[in-house]
Design a protein around this ligand. Structure first.
Ligand code: 5GP
Ligand code: ZN
Length: 114
C-alpha cells in the first residue's frame, strides 16, 4: 500500500474527525463534504477497491454498511434518507484506492448521479 492516505489516517499519522472506531473499522468525516452529513467508512485492512476484494473480504465489506446504518441513525438522517456509495475505478471517480463507503445525507439528492 504505497503511501495510502487512509492507512495513514488509521495509523493516526494524519488527523481526521473520527466518528467511529473498533478493531477492524474506522469512520471519519470527509474532508470535502458533498452533503451536510458526509462520512467515510473504511476497513483497517487495505483493500484497494471493490474490484480487488477477495472472498475473505466479504464480511468486511458487508460490515461497512452496518456501520453506515448506525451512523445514519446517530446523525439522525435515517428518517429523511441517505445514500451509501462505493466508487470503483476511474469512470466512477474513485480517487483514493483504499475501499471506502460514502455515507451522504441531510439534503435531497438527484438520481442518476452525474
Ligand atoms: P472517492 O472519490 O475515492 O470515492 O472518495 C474519496 C473521498 O476521500 C473524497 O470524498 C475526498 O474528499 C476524501 N478525502 C480525500 N483525502 C482525504 C483526507 O485526507 N481526509 C479526509 N477526511 N477525507 C479525504
Ligand atoms: Zn490503505
Amino acid at each position: 500500500m504505497p503511501d495510502c492516505i487512509f492507512c495513514r489516517i488509521i495509523q493516526k499519522k494524519m488527523p481526521a474527525k473520527v466518528l467511529f472506531e473498533d478493531t477492524h473499522f474506522l469512520a471519519f468525516e470527509d474532508i470535502n463534504p458533498k452533503a451536510p452529513t458526509h462520512i467515510l467508512i473504511i476497513p483497517k485492512k487495505h483493500i484497494e477497491s471493490l474490484d480487488t476484494m477477495v472472498e475473505e473480504d466479504e464480511f468486511a465489506v458487508g460490515r461497512l454498511f452496518m456501520v453506515a446504518r448506525n451512523l445514519a441513525r446517530e446523525k439522525k438522517v435515517h428518517r429523511s434518507g441517505y445514500r451509501t456509495v462505493i466508487n470503483t475505478g476511474t469512470d466512477a471517480g474513485q480517487s483514493v484506492f483504499h475501499i471506502h463507503l460514502h455515507l451522504l445525507g441531510g439534503r435531497p439528492m438527484a438520481w442518476p448521479p452525474g
